[in-house]
Design a protein around this ligand. Structure first.
Ligand code: UD1
Length: 420
């Protein structure tokens, strides 16, 4: 794939954009094929490089994986047992690879998974994953950059209380606990829709889980899991991103295949900024009521708070608001990599630790910029849609990790955007 995207700004968009299945849900659901050993069919699967990476990882762990792209369906089944080493060459491409740890330990009583390491948005340790799995009876050593996990006998249900919420650690411990002996209670569990989706799929496979989406989840272990066909939920982050595309370009676009309910805190902020959303018969319309966007103060929080995965995108919109806004990033310590790039486009944003102060400017200008991570890169696309002149975004492989057919979707609504 080409490495750069060129956008000619200033065009109004009009049309309907389909919202794809959720990347984060899909990546969490795919490793379930290790746990069950039975056929796992996932529908509404987005065509993304992260999904391909998870496919490669699962294939290296003995799974057959068929991705029927035209049907947006992926069929997975464990074929060769007792392969339990997740290689660094694959893990380094995607941190979500750590999600095979719980399933491998539950299935084989052992796992070797490369340490994912840091990434552009922070150090992102895995201590919470390991502590929770230790509570279930696993023991770990770190050897040559690899996590080596071992279980004597079978995992045993336990009481786990997370010191703070982690989506990945909650998912990992749920996947391990469903095959553990006895009952597991998880306190301070992540409440994201993707966790609910994981639990719904596991329930269909025969698991006993109560409290998905609540702070406390209770799981009663079972001996084995059945086959399942499950439709992945919509990608709320992709939906929020295209809502912002409509708002920033002062356009009349509609979104199909999404729903606003899981974006409550985001929708509230948009309303304060002067952007109203309507949901009718499965179509979401974006209406910007005012010439100038009103400034707001935002703090990212675990679900149901304002999502960190929409922080960079809303900053692009706030950079052309009338007045001063602030954004406090409470989830990741280094998630302002887009700030210098937005400033290169004429924005006036200063950071102080975890806080960004955004003074709205009259217009953004198209310049060459560099994408640094998935959400940062799409914030530059949003800025490019409204900037005067041409924006050339480099390192856009980040975008292919998480936005299905982004160029096509925006082009079909009249944006002038292409890969070069
Ligand atoms: C998931 C999402 C990601 C999203 C993030 C927060 C997937 C594949 N990715 O990432 O898009 O931005 O949730 O909504 O679903 N932490 C620790 N120790 C741990 C685990 C996490 O200190 O063992 C910290 C992280 O560094 C971070 C915070 O906890 O500061 C929350 O991270 P977490 O919810 O675990 O994010 P991920 O599951 O990695």
């Amino acid at each position: 794939m080409s490495k750069k995207i060129l956008i000619e700004g200033g065009r109004a968009l009009s049309g309907i954009i389909p919202i794809s299945g959720a990347k984060n849900s899909c990546l969490t659901l795919m490793p379930l094929c290790i746990l069950s050993g039975q056929s796992l069919v996932l529908q509404n699967v987005p065509y993304l490089s992260d999904v391909e990476t998870m496919k490669d990882l699962l294939e290296s762990l003995g799974c057959d994986v068929f991705f029927k792209k035209s049907k947006r369906e992926i069929v997975l089944k464990l074929n060769r047992e007792n392969l339990f080493e997740a290689n660094y060459e694959i893990v380094r491409k995607m941190r979500a690879s750590i999600l095979v740890l719980g399933p491998l330990l539950a299935k084989y009583g052992q796992a070797i998974v490369a340490l994912p390491g840091g990434c552009a948005i922070g150090t992102r340790p895995v201590n919470l994953h390991l502590q929770a799995l230790e509570a279930l009876g696993a023991s770990f050593s770190i050897d040559n950059g690899y996590i080596k996990g071992l279980v004597q006998g079978k995992l045993k249900g336990a009481r786990i209380e997370f010191p703070f919420k982690s989506v990945g650690a909650t998912a990992n411990v749920i996947m391990a606990a469903v095959l553990a002996k006895g009952s597991t209670e998880i306190f301070n569990a992540a409440q994201e829709p993707e966790i609910i989706d994981l639990c719904n799929c596991l329930l269909k496979m025969g698991c006993k889980i109560e409290g998905a989406g609540a702070n406390k989840i209770v799981i009663e272990g079972v001996d084995n899991l059945g086959e399942v066909c499950h439709k992945v939920i919509m990608d709320r982050i992709e939906l929020g991103t295209y809502i912002l595309a409509g708002a920033i370009s002062y356009s009349n676009i509609k979104l199909t295949g999404g729903e606003l309910a899981p974006l409550k805190s985001f929708v509230e902020k948009l309303s304060n900024m002067g952007i109203e959303l309507e949901e009718d018969m499965g179509l979401i319309s974006v209406k910007r009521n005012c010439e100038k966007i009103r400034p707001v103060n935002i703090e990212t929080q675990p679900y149901p708070g304002f999502p960190t995965d929409l922080q960079a995108q809303i900053m692009a919109l706030l950079s052309i608001a009338e007045g001063e806004s602030t954004i406090e990033e409470n989830i990741f310590e280094n998630r302002f990599m887009h700030v210098p790039e937005l400033n290169r486009m004429g924005a006036n944003i200063k950071t102080q630790g975890r806080k960004a102060i955004i003074r709205g400017v009259a217009e953004l200008k198209g310049v060459p910029v560099v994408a640094t991570d998935l959400r940062a890169s799409v914030s530059l696309v949003l800025a490019g849609l409204v900037a005067k002149g041409e924006t050339l975004i480099d390192e856009i492989h980040h975008l292919d990790r998480g936005y299905e057919h982004l160029v096509l979707k925006l082009n079909e609504c009249g944006a002038k955007i292409g890969r070069v």
